[in-house]
Design a protein around this ligand. Structure first.
Ligand SMILES: Cc1cc2nc3c(=O)[nH]c(=O)nc-3n(C[C@H](O)[C@H](O)[C@H](O)COP(=O)(O)OP(=O)(O)OC[C@H]3O[C@@H](n4cnc5c(N)ncnc54)[C@H](O)[C@@H]3O)c2cc1C
Length: 335
C-alpha cells in the first residue's frame, strides 16, 4: 500500500494533539491526527458501565490562565461544558459548601469534549504507530497496517512512548533534548468503576477528594450529571497503591478498592458491576521547562502534551497551542 502523504502528522488525539491539529488547520496546513485508541480523547476518557457512564481519566478541569478561561467560556456558551463544583468533600458526609475555585465538567462525559474538538479534523483511530524515522528529509511513520509520510511530526503521547517510536526508527535527538526528555516520568493510577443498585451517601456535589490518601478521589457520576440512569462511582488509587497492585489480579484490586466505599454504602445498597482501568501514565511527575519542544537538530519534529504545558487538561491545551505555533514557524522557515 502507498503511504499516505500529509504536511503535518500529529500523533495522539488527546487534548494536546487535537488542539495542535485545530490550530494548524486554522493556519492553513494539511494535518492528519492518528491515535492508537478506539476513540479520540486519550486521558479524557469516559466509558459505559451498565446503562450508565463513568469518567475514569480526567475528572474535571480548572483554569489558571486567561487563555484557558476564555476557551472554557466558549465551551460553556456552546453547551458543552458546565460548572460542576467549587469544592468537594474531604471525607465528611455533609454537603460541601466551601467556595474554592471552579471545577468544570463536560456534558455526557469528558470525552465528549475531545469528540467535539475532532469534528472537521482528519483523524484516524485504531492506528498504533510502532516506528517513526527520517529518510530523505521527510518523516516516515508506520503501524502494522498503515504508512504515512509527513513534512513535520508532532508527538503528543506520554514522553516515554514518543521516545520508543523514535528509538525504533533510529532517530537521534540532540543530547540536551534527549537528556531533558529522559528525565520526564509519570505516576501510574489504577481507576475502578462500580455500579450500584440503591443509594450512596457521597455528599453533594458528588465527590470526595483527599489528596494524601490511598484513594484520593471518589466520584459519583450520577450526581455529577453524566450518568442519570445509573449510580456509577469512579475511584482513583494513589501512585503507591497503583504501583503495589499493578500486576495483582483484578478481583483483588476491586475487592480492596471497593472496601473504601463501605462508609458511603447504607444497608440495602448492592454492588452490581465492577470495572478497572490501569493508567500507566496518569500525571507527569517531572515537567519540561517550556510548553513545547522543537527538536534542536530536527526542526520539523516537535513534542507536546501535559508534560510540557502542565500536569492537567489545561496544560495539555496550552501545550497544543504552543507546539502548533512552533511547527508553523519552522514550516514557514523551510519554505
Ligand atoms: C486517572 C487520571 C485522572 C486525571 N484527573 C485529572 C483532572 O481531574 N483534571 C485535570 O485537569 N487533569 C486530570 N488528569 C490529567 C489529564 O487527563 C491529562 O493532563 C490530559 O488529558 C493529557 O492530554 P494529552 O493530550 O497531553 O495526553 P493524552 O490524553 O495521553 O493523549 C496522548 C494520546 O497519544 C496516543 N498514543 C500513544 N502512543 C501512541 C502510538 N504509538 N500511536 C498512536 N497513538 C498513540 C494515546 O492513545 C493518547 O490518546 C487525569 C489523568 C488521569 C489518567
Amino acid at each position: 500500500m502507498d503511504p499516505k502523504k500529509v504536511e503535518v502528522l500529529v500523533v495522539g488525539a488527546g487534548v494536546s494533539g487535537l488542539v495542535a491539529a485545530c490550530s494548524l488547520r486554522e493556519a492553513g496546513h494539511n494535518v492528519l491526527v492518528v491515535d492508537k485508541g478506539r476513540s479520540v480523547g486519550g486521558r479524557m476518557a469516559t466509558r459505559r458501565v451498565g446503562a450508565g457512564l463513568a469518567d475514569h481519566g480526567a475528572q474535571y478541569f480548572t483554569a489558571r490562565t486567561a487563555a484557558f478561561e476564555q476557551q472554557i467560556d466558549r465551551w460553556i456558551e456552546e453547551g458543552l461544558v458546565y460548572l460542576w463544583a467549587m469544592g468537594f468533600s474531604t471525607g465528611s458526609l455533609t454537603p460541601n459548601d466551601t467556595v474554592g475555585h471552579p471545577r468544570y465538567a463536560v456534558r455526557g462525559g469528558m470525552n465528549q469534549l475531545t469528540k467535539h474538538m475532532a469534528l472537521g479534523l482528519d483523524v484516524e483511530v485504531d492506528v498504533r504507530l510502532d516506528r517513526i524515522e527520517l529518510a530523505d528529509g521527510r518523516w516516515h511513520a508506520s503501524s502494522e497496517t498503515q504508512q504515512y509520510v509527513a513534512d513535520a511530526v508532532i508527538l503528543t503521547p506520554p514522553v516515554p512512548q514518543s521516545l520508543a517510536l523514535l528509538d525504533t526508527g533510529q532517530v537521534r535527538l540532540a543530547p540536551a533534548d534527549r537528556a531533558a526528555l529522559d528525565k520526564i516520568s509519570y505516576s501510574p493510577c489504577i481507576a475502578a468503576m462500580f455500579r450500584f443498585e440503591g443509594e450512596l451517601t457521597i455528599p453533594a456535589p458528588g465527590a470526595i477528594q483527599r489528596p494524601a490518601n490511598t484513594i484520593p478521589w471518589i466520584a459519583d457520576n450520577q450526581q455529577k450529571g453524566i450518568s442519570p440512569n445509573e449510580k456509577v462511582v469512579t475511584l482513583h488509587a494513589d501512585p503507591d497503591y497503583s504501583r503495589r497492585y499493578w500486576d495483582a489480579p483484578e478481583v483483588e484490586i476491586l475487592e480492596t478498592m471497593s472496601g473504601y466505599l463501605q462508609p458511603y454504602m447504607p444497608p440495602g445498597t448492592r454492588l452490581q458491576e465492577s470495572q478497572i482501568k490501569r493508567w500507566r501514565y496518569s500525571f507527569p511527575e517531572t515537567l519540561y521547562e517550556e510548553s513545547a519542544l522543537l527538536a534542536a537538530s530536527l526542526p520539523t519534529l516537535a513534542f507536546g502534551g501535559d508534560a510540557f504545558g502542565g500536569p492537567r487538561v489545561e496544560g495539555a491545551y496550552l501545550s497544543g497551542l504552543a507546539v502548533a505555533k512552533s511547527v508553523t514557524r519552522s514550516l514557514q522557515n523551510r519554505a
